[in-house]
Every structure is written in structure tokens, then in C-alpha cells.
Design a protein around this ligand. Sequence first.
Ligand code: T4K
Length: 373
Amino acid sequence: MTQKISPPVYVTRPALPPLEELMPYLQKIWDTRVLTNCGPFHQELEQALCEYLGVKHICLFANATIALVTALKALRIEGEVITTPYSFVATAHSLLWNGISPVFVDIEPDTLNIDPARIEAAITPKTTAIMPVHCYGTPCEVDAIQRIADNYNLKVIYDAAHAFGVKNQHGSILNYGDLSVLSFHATKVFNTFEGGAIVCPDAKTKKHIDNLKNFGFVNETTVVASGINGKMSEINAALGLLQLKHIDDLIAKRKAIDHAYRKMLTGIKGIRCLLDTTPHDTNFSYFPILVSPEYPLGRDGLYEMLKTHNIFARRYFYPLISEFSMYRGLTSSDKHHLPVADNASKQILCLPIYPDLEMETVEAIVRHIADAV
Ligand code: T4K
């Protein structure tokens, strides 16, 4: 008989601060009646995030997808942009929303991030920018990417949706490139229910982006650009301020789960933890494993078997973006140009990881994986 875990275990489960901590924030919103349009909590969260993340300027957004669309608009990117097919579809959609053609380049087998060694060959006279993704919060090869961008006069916009709080030896990974975009969606390490942000290097760019996210208004009567409504509301900003108080503890809990998985999964034939040999900077936002054909059930068999036990792992990222109908016809979507991404998308499985996940549940998940061998 199938032993089901109860309640069901999902790939992630949002962390929430104690409800009573939210009440004073709600009271203030109710008292002041300032609900949105860059109010006091919005400003406080921008300041607090700059300090916590170690970045100079942040523009809060309603979500990361609108932030990506606005980031491209802010830098007046057009023509072709080199990006990865191995990401959430919002990465490439933000290009289409700006009338830009994505050019997909293959990824590295260890990090599953865009492979800098393949970028140059994809550059054409129409190329204006590179949009890499710090997949699962693992930093891209930022120096190599910047060297290429400098040589060809290209902008770099990082989709840093997964990379909240990730640092390298020089500080925040969000300080690389021209702009970085974070997601604060419910499923992310740091969440404001829905939300996102653009990290930018100077006050002038921040002002421009702030105007763009507010319809292009610079004052009551002047509109300087065809902007959009990308503003984060006061209640989302308040949720962010609360989350931030607990974030170090939440990431530490994720780290313990990551380490437990790595230890327990060692030696299971056909299962490889990503980045198990290389020291790396991460925020433990996902726990990706590669399931090779050596594993008796295969990746999809394991995914289905776990479901029968009420364990809902996810195949982030399968299918590749380049396989969706609106991208399939592009020359760069040809699978023969993307062998590493193609293979990864067929083997990837993200196991549940979130701060409240019990160690016994982690043990049970690994037991089910091991039992099939
Ligand atoms: N760039 C990258 C690289 C991204 O990964 C994403 C988003 C973006 C850009 C765009 O960011 P946003 O515009 O969303 O800010 C989820 C998220 O919706 C999406 O934000 C995320 N990446 C993507 C990787 O995952 P789904 O469709 O898989 O989510 P869903 O609703 O199936 O949730 C997964 C599991 O999480 C559920 O099975 C249960 C749990 N869950 C989910 C929600 C929403 C909860 O327990 N509570 C919740 O409220 O896309």
C-alpha cells in the first residue's frame, strides 16, 4: 500500500511571519489611508533592502515580470538579446513584450547557467544586450560575461529572480551588469506575496525607472515616457519589511535541509545533486537533482512516484523556453544548438525545500527515492 505523506509536501511553501507582527503595519495603513503609490512602507522597504543586500539603489515592483519588461525599456534595448533557454518563461517573455528577439545560447553543465564560452558566436550586428539568469541562485560567470559585453558594447541585464541575498567574494551578486531583477513571489526565498525589484547602480537610473513604473509621470501634469503601472502596494511592502526581520533564520533553515539532502542522497545510483563538488554561493532557494537514465524509474517515473506519496516535486525547467510555441521557430531554438540545456531539462527535478520542512519529511522523501533502486 502507498504510504502518503500528510499534509501534502510541495516544492516550496511560503514562510510567513507571525500574524500578530503584521497588525501594527495594518493599523498604520488603515490610519493613514496610504495604500499605494510609493508610500512610507514602500520607501522604508527600499532603504532596508539596500542595506540588507549591499546594493546602492532599488526600485520596488509589483512582480519580477513587469520589472524585467521595464528594465529592458529603461535601457532602450532593441533588436536581439542573448539569453538562456533554461529558465522560467518570464525571462524570454519580457523580451517579446519589448519587441525584442531572444537568441538562445546553451548552458554550462555544472551550474546550468548560460555558458559564456558560447555567447560570442551568437552576437550579430542586431545584438544589444545579454540577459543571463542566476539559475537557482547560483551566480553566473559574471566577469566573463562582462568582458564580452564590454568588448561588443552590450548591456547586461541579469534575471536575478532566484538570487536574493547571494554574494561572491566582492559582495552582492546583484551589483553586476547594468541592472538586476529580483522576484519576491510567494515561492521565493524572500517574498512579499507578489513583488519584485530592479537593482540599479545610480540615482539617475533609479529616477528614470521610478518614472517608468508610474506611467511615465514625473509630476502631476507631465508624462515623459510611455510608462506602465509596476508599483508595489503598501501592504506588499509591509509584508516585505516583516519578512526581512526573519530572513537570516529562514535561509539558515534552508541550508540545513540542503545539507541533509546532500548527505542522504549520496551514493544513490542515477541521482546527482547539482553543484555537489564545487563550493558556491547560494541562498538555498531550490534543491535541484539530476536524474540520469541509470535511475530505474527515470526522471518522470520518479516525479510520478513521489506524487503517489503526496510529494509534489517540480521539473524546473522543463520544457525549455525554446520549446514553447512562440519560441520554437527561432533558429537558436534548434535543440542541436542546445544539447546541455536539452539534457538538463530531461533530467532535472527540484525536490521540496522550505524553512518549515521537517527533517523526518526530508528523510521520507529520500527513502522513497532510494527504495526504487
Ligand atoms: N525569472 C525567473 C528566473 C523566475 O523563476 C521567475 C518566476 C520570474 C522571472 C518571474 O517572477 P514573478 O513575475 O513571478 O515575480 C512559480 C512562480 O509563480 C514563479 O514566480 C517562479 N519564477 C517559478 C519558478 O515558479 P509555478 O507556476 O510553478 O508556481 P505554483 O503556483 O505551481 O507554485 C509552486 C508550489 O508552491 C505549489 O505547488 C504550492 C506552493 N505554493 C505556491 C503559491 C503560489 C504555496 O504553497 N503557496 C502559494 O501561494 O511558478
